[in-house]
Design a protein around this ligand. Structure first.
Ligand code: ADP
Ligand code: MG
Length: 260
């Protein structure tokens, strides 16, 4: 990444999803939204989870993020079973280990861009002037350093999603969990978001992105396809001579917001 962008520190860790099931009840009927999912995710992978609507993609991502509880199975992150986390441990995990990006941004609309991005730092107990360089670096990496004082609701959808990404990375998490990050955006803005995710991957992050868009899924190095709560395919892209494909950001260098 170019000068001025955040200097992310690479941390070694891994996700191990073991026979995870999630049962939902609607009325008297119950069914498994996840029906025995096992998956190993290496450090610094860029992985796309794809599949039809209702196949369990968001449920799986929410489990990795501890936003939802498991019916059975376990998820190890860094060797710790996060499904056993509670209280302060869950709060710390959500705040520092993972960074979330959602389809509908979930910004505080009346807050400024700066205040939205600073929020995770404040929740982590950090306040004051020391936050400023962190917030500005996160905003610079998504090309929004000139918009710090604007209110979130005055920004375009593409800009709002970039603020949401800055908020997700401000605490330097190891994992970026993105659920249909381009779902509400036009193709030009989607391209911007995909490039930012590819750059984050290149800077050492593990990126796990849920998408139903095959073009977006192609940006990852690995595509996991789900159907009816099962993983039905798990593919890694390779080059013609069988080598693991280089990250997208290496093939197409340059964050459009940092160029020039
Ligand atoms: P996807 O993200 O692949 O579209 P989801 O993971 O959101 O799918 O949902 C998987 C299945 O679980 C769907 O059939 C959905 O309707 C169901 N589901 C998701 N959340 C709940 C819930 N809170 N209560 C009942 N059913 C749910
Ligand atoms: Mg979903």
């Amino acid at each position: 990444m170019s000068a001025g962008s955040p200097n992310f520190v690479k941390r070694f860790c891994m996700i191990s999803i073991c026979d995870v099931k999630k049962k939902y009840k609607t009325g008297r009927k119950s069914f498994y939204a996840l029906d025995g999912v096992s998956l190993e995710i290496e450090d610094n992978e860029f992985i796309a989870i794809t599949g039809k609507s209702g196949s369990g993609k968001s449920t799986l991502l929410n489990m990795i993020g501890t936003l939802d509880s498991l019916t059975s199975g376990s998820i190890f992150v860094d060797g710790e079973d996060i499904s056993k986390f509670s209280g302060r441990k869950i709060a710390a995990y959500r705040n520092k280990t993972v960074g979330f990006v959602f389809q509908s941004f979930y910004l505080e609309p009346g807050y400024t861009v700066y205040d939205n991005v600073e929020l995770p730092l404040i929740l982590a107990g950090r306040s004051g002037r020391k936050n400023r360089p962190l917030v500005l670096a996160a905003l610079e990496s998504v090309g929004l350093s000139k918009k710090v004082k604007e209110r979130a609701h005055d920004l375009s959808g593409g800009e709002q999603q970039r603020v949401a990404i800055a908020r997700a990375i401000v605490n330097n998490p190891s994992y970026i969990l993105a659920d249909e990050p381009c779902g509400n955006l036009d193709s030009a803005n989607s391209e911007n978001i995909m490039r930012i995710l590819a750059d984050l991957h290149a800077s050492g992050k593990t990126v796990i992105m849920v998408t139903h868009d095959p073009e977006d899924a192609m940006r990852a190095q690995r595509v996991v396809t789900m159907s009816d709560g099962h993983v039905i395919r798990d593919e890694k892209f390779v080059t013609e001579d069988g080598q693991e494909a280089p990250p997208y950001a290496e093939l197409f260098p340059g964050n459009p917001f940092l160029a020039g």
